[in-house]
Design a protein. Structure first.
Length: 280
């Protein structure tokens, strides 16, 4: 059986997904870029990249996309789980239906798509699964706890998966950027307005102002924000390196924050979080 090199990438309409599709396409790999609305992938199709409709919250959509790649290549060679959605606000305020919707995309969709590609990877005794996580999968500032919880779940499932599938020749990596200049962050920023009358109303105003400074590069998170192409470089390493690492922190801010999380006691790390992120 010929080993498939075909790459299936979710969430390619903008940002990290689009940059990753272009990076790996120029590396000579057969790429299948996906999004819920395939019309948003027209710029990628114009460059010769294969595009597919794929909604990671829909079983039939996921199964169909995987089947199309398997029918042409025998298996998905590399799966890049990038699609994500944000949910922001104080834990007390956020309606559970919004939390469930975020987990459907960020966690359950990722897990199910992984389940669908693994039989082909096991059969060919080779494969890569690259999950887009975040430094917020390792710690959790106020206001984003429920989104960050989904990234913590990605970290936990990926750690177990890496050990479960290693004997089949399948390797699993996580990409852990800090702030990335994408439409995802701009959209998330608009959610910080928050409901009126909540006891956290002042906190949401502070969060909104902080997020605007990030967007305009006026604070640390903004000054060190990464272009999506930097994250795509890390994905390319995870997808093509002979011995990929389990984790790829991307950028100075990510490496320094994760270093402090590793070595500082909780009390001191909380001081760092309060100084760098708004708190009620």
């Amino acid at each position: 059986m010929t080993t498939s090199r075909a790459v299936l990438i979710t969430g390619c309409s903008t940002g990290i997904g689009r940059a990753t599709a272009l990076r790996l396409y120029h590396a000579g790999l057969p790429i299948y870029a996906t999004a819920r609305n395939p019309e948003s992938l027209a710029p990628l199709a114009a460059k010769g990249i294969n595009i597919l409709a794929l909604d990671v919250t829909d079983e039939q959509s996921m199964a169909s996309a995987v089947k199309q790649v398997v029918d042409r290549h025998g298996a998905v060679g590399v799966l890049v789980n990038n699609a994500g959605s944000g949910v922001y606000g104080a834990v007390e305020d956020v309606p559970l239906e919004r939390v469930r919707a975020s987990f459907e995309t960020n966690v359950f969709g990722m897990i199910r798509l992984t389940q669908l590609v693994l039989p082909g990877m096991r059969e060919q005794r080779a494969g890569r699964i690259v999950n887009i996580s975040s430094i917020l999968g390792r710690f959790s500032p106020p206001g984003g706890g429920l989104y960050n919880a989904s990234k913590h779940a990605v970290e936990a499932y990926s750690d177990a998966l890496r050990l479960e599938v290693a004997k089949f020749g399948v390797q699993v990596s996580m990409i852990e950027p800090a702030t990335v200049r994408t439409e995802f962050f701009t959209t998330a920023m608009m959610q910080f307005a928050g409901p009126s009358g909540t006891p956290y109303e002042d906190f949401y105003t502070t969060l909104a102002n902080w997020a605007i400074k990030v967007h305009e590069g006026q604070n640390m998170a903004g000054r060190f924000a990464l272009p999506p192409e930097r994250v795509a470089e890390a994905v390319a390493l995870a997808a093509t390196a002979r011995r990929p690492r389990a984790r790829y922190p991307v950028g100075m801010l990510s490496r320094s924050a994760l270093g402090m999380r590793r070595y500082l006691p909780d009390r001191l790390f909380d001081v760092f979080v309060r100084r760098q992120f708004p708190s009620p």
